[in-house]
Design a protein around this ligand. Structure first.
Ligand SMILES: Nc1ncnc2c1ncn2[C@@H]1O[C@H](COP(=O)(O)OP(=O)(O)O)[C@@H](O)[C@H]1O
Ligand SMILES: [Mg+2]
Length: 552
């Protein structure tokens, strides 16, 4: 019961967590994909690299220049503002001093009245709401006169007098003949703005020295610098984009012909020897095109020459082989006659007749192989495809090789699957390949067992012929398919091969879009594997049987 209650509650939660985890994993994969895509683009595209680096460099230069210019303008504006403030403050102070000098007031009330008159008529700035300056009049520290005037602030209450530091007050008191300047920040309507404070002293009759502080907020300058800064920013962005655009256009001019050259080179290497680059103008790119075309011309010329030469050679081999056929037929008939009547000769002559017949067999085999090879070279070999069960083909080949195997003391075993191993092949050619492999295995198998394995799968059929004889030394697995190559030429006389068997077999396999591969270890034996696509026209991706015994 508890289980049945617990289960439905758990399932949705686990499901939700799983889908969340899936989502995260998918997002991570996407991100990785995108990153690798960008990395690939970066590596592949010269243009992208040039444009990006140029833009980054441009951005750096523009930032440094803009920053320097900005700070210079700012300090210039500030200096001007301070100079202006000092001049104005000096002027206003002297006006206030003359007013005091001319006054006849003596009582505290009268003096206070005069002070407020001075404040409103001379010192107060035009614009009450947003004045261009604030003025504070306060008793200078150290003034110990009995008459004490009230501190005045103009415009009233709009500025906090605490911004005037004690040091400034002391400095003004210490040197009444000089203006004192201080830069600070004040708060106007809740906003902090940099400001200049100019302080000086006026002598009030009967009341002693009083300090006048002129506070000039630099709102205007800040606004100007903001505007300049924004303009710089916009200009910088536009300039960087412009630089990037120029770099793009310029690299395009260089990269496009290079890309065209690589395309043409690719087509050339694919065998289209008539491809050339268009060469216009006299610049470096035209030079590249001209040299490229020159190289292509000379390559084409040499390839044509070689083609001609090898065509002549092939025709020569083919002609000679054909020419040899007729006299060989005659010789064959004569040798047969001699061979048949060898009992009537003395033993030495009879032996010669036997040798003659044997060598003639070899000669005929060689000639047949040569004719076959020249047919491949001339491109005259064609497939005669039909659907075949390879188990029957293998069995035929093995049966035919049985007399040879018995003579060598080898036992040939076929390991075939229960089911049919069908493939669309030219049976005559496949039989020739298999015969060659089986005969080779018996001849080089030193009397050991020979095993033939058959397999089918993955759209391919495979046959492996394995022996336990001399094997192949490292590097020989590739050489065995070379025409007339033999590991041990001295053995050829006893084995009777022509050295053309495997090269013909390879051509036959290739004609089927198939593989013929060799594996071997000295003293252990060799394995030869033939893999063919089950249906003609398809491409192989693997073989159903392993090439080396260690492979699975
Ligand atoms: N099963 C094998 N074991 C060892 N060596 C081999 C085997 N099959 C072929 N070879 C080597 O490859 C060479 C070329 O073989 P092939 O083309 O059939 O020519 P041939 O049999 O006429 O010598 C042989 O001479 C031999 O040295
Ligand atoms: Mg052979």
């Amino acid at each position: 019961m508890a289980g049945s209650v617990g289960l439905p509650a758990r399932v949705p939660r686990v499901g939700w967590m799983r889908s969340f985890r899936h989502g995260v994993l998918r997002a991570r994969d996407r991100l990785r994909e995108a990153a690798s895509h960008v990395r690939r683009r970066w590596r592949q595209s010269l243009q992208l690299r040039v444009v990006t680096t140029t833009m980054l460099l441009g951005l750096a230069v523009v930032s440094v220049l803009g920053g320097g210019l900005h700070s210079q303008i700012a300090s210039g504006l500030e200096r001007d503002r301070i100079d202006e403030s000092e001049t104005e403050a000096l002027n206003l102070t002297s006006q206030a001093q003359s007013y005091w000098d001319a006054t006849t007031s003596t009582s505290v009330g009268e003096l206070n009245q005069t002070a407020s008159d001075i404040m409103s008529s001379i010192l107060a700035a035009p614009g009450v709401e947003d004045p261009s300056r604030y003025v504070v009049m306060s008793r200078t520290p150290g003034n110990d006169s009995d008459i004490l005037l009230v501190e005045l602030v103009s415009p009233k209450n709009l500025v906090d007098t605490s911004v005037i530091s004690d040091e400034l007050q002391e400095a003004v008191a210490a040197d009444p003949g000089r203006q004192q300047v201080q830069q600070t920040a004040i708060t106007v309507e809740g906003k902090e703005v940099p400001a200049v404070i100019v302080g000086s002293v006026v002598q009030v009759p009967n009341a002693g020295p009083y300090s006048l502080f002129f506070i000039y907020p630099m709102e205007q300058e800040v606004a100007t610098m903001d505007l300049i800064g924004n303009s710089f920013l916009v200009a910088g962005v536009i300039l960087t984009l412009l630089v990037g655009g120029v770099a793009w256009v310029v690299t395009r001019q260089v990269v496009a012909p290079v890309r065209r050259a690589s395309e043409v080179a690719q087509r050339l290497s694919a065998g289209r020897l008539n491809e050339r680059m268009p060469a216009r103008g006299e610049d470096d790119l035209a030079l590249l095109a001209t040299s490229f075309n020159g190289m292509a011309d000379s390559l084409q010329h040499q390839i044509r020459q070689l083609e001609g030469l090898s065509a002549v050679q092939q025709r020569f081999v083919s002609d000679v082989s054909h020419e040899l056929r007729t006299p060989l037929t005659t010789i064959r008939m004569a040798v047969d006659v001699i061979h048949d009547s060898r009992q009537r000769f003395d033993p030495a002559t009879a032996r010669s007749a036997e040798l003659l017949a044997g060598e003639l067999d070899r000669f005929e085999a060689l000639l047949a192989d040569l004719l076959e090879i020249s047919r491949f070279d001339a491109g005259a070999a064609a497939l005669d495809v039909e659907t075949v069960d390879l188990r029957a083909t293998v069995q035929q080949v093995v049966d035919a090789a049985r007399p040879l195997a018995e003579r060598r003391g080898s036992v040939v075993t076929v390991h075939a699957p229960e089911l049919a191993v069908t493939a669309d092949v030219d049976e005559r050619r496949v039989e020739r390949i298999l015969r060659n492999l089986v005969v080779n295995a018996i001849e080089h198998g030193e009397g050991g067992p020979v095993d033939v394995y058959l397999g089918v799968g993955g759209g391919a059929v495979g046959v492996v012929v394995e022996d336990q004889g001399v094997g192949l030394r490292p590097g020989e697995a590739a050489n065995v398919f070379t025409r007339f190559w033999r590991a041990d030429p001295a053995r050829a006389r006893t084995t009777g091969g022509t050295g053309l068997g495997l090269s013909i077999s390879l051509e036959d396999a290739r004609l089927h879009n198939g593989w013929l591969q060799a594996w071997g270890e000295p003293g252990k034996g060799s394995r030869f594997r033939l893999t063919l696509p089950q249906h003609s026209g398809t491409t192989l991706h693997g073989s159903p049987v392993p090439l080396s015994p260690t492979e699975t």
